[in-house]
Design a protein around this ligand. Sequence first.
Ligand code: SF4
Ligand code: SF4
Length: 287
Amino acid sequence: MAAVIEIRFHGRGGQGAVVASELLAQAAFLDGKWPQSFPFFGVERRGAPVTAYTRIDTHPLGVRTSITTPDVVVVLEPSLLRTQPVTDGLRDGGLLLVNSSHPAEELVLPAGGRRAAVDANRIAVTHGLGSLTMPIVNTAMLGALAAVTDVVSMEALDRAIQEFVPARRPENQAAASDGYHDVRVVGGTLPFTPSVPRAAAATLPLPEGPMASESSERYHTADWRTLRPVIHLEKCTRCNFCWKFCPDDAFSFDAEGYPVLRTDYCKGCGICAVECPPRAIEMVEEA
Ligand code: SF4
Ligand code: SF4
């Protein structure tokens, strides 16, 4: 009998959600299954919400639609739980896997269900993947996914990382292994053959909803922020570089020409700290 499983990834630009969906498909192929993966982009920039999909079948796939009723939702950035409808359409008996340092028991699902959590930020930082500001958590999350579902074997995931990840392969393999061993699950793991019959999904709206390109004047991006820039004015030369390079126009200036952070618009990407010539900006953890 054919078995199919549908996985939807939610992350922010720069975290590797799209690569995660592709890597999972590669690993499933190595496991002898029939996968497909594809992304949905809204605003294409670092820090913007990104959705990607992987569908895996034991037989050739005829379906090419986006995934509106996933069996598994993987959330690479926990703040998306508050700002995006990430659990929309998640099937009864499905599984929510979140990058979080909090216990899986604290994850809220509308109808109970399986919940899993892994501290992928810590794992990624431990293995030098990405930065403190934007850890690249995709391989840690895939390791966790391999542990809490039958969707892919750890051996195939390890091989896919070895063959398809362009850089830092040993570190990514180690992160996947840590994700596999560290993940905590409530409600049981998810078998490859979902026990719940599939419902027609055609009438459900896309989880992303309509997206328009607008500036953060309209869409406050502050709720994305996990790190916050602090300006040390004693070092500031009033060069305005922070204002020039900030992608969200999050700086104004006081009467003396010193920068003032407009916190409603700062998403915490850290570009200003990198570009500030005298290193007058420090990124600190959001309180
Ligand atoms: S103020 Fe700095 S950290 Fe905030 S959005 Fe602008 S560049 Fe990024
Ligand atoms: S880039 Fe640095 S030195 Fe230049 S105005 Fe901004 S904080 Fe000051």
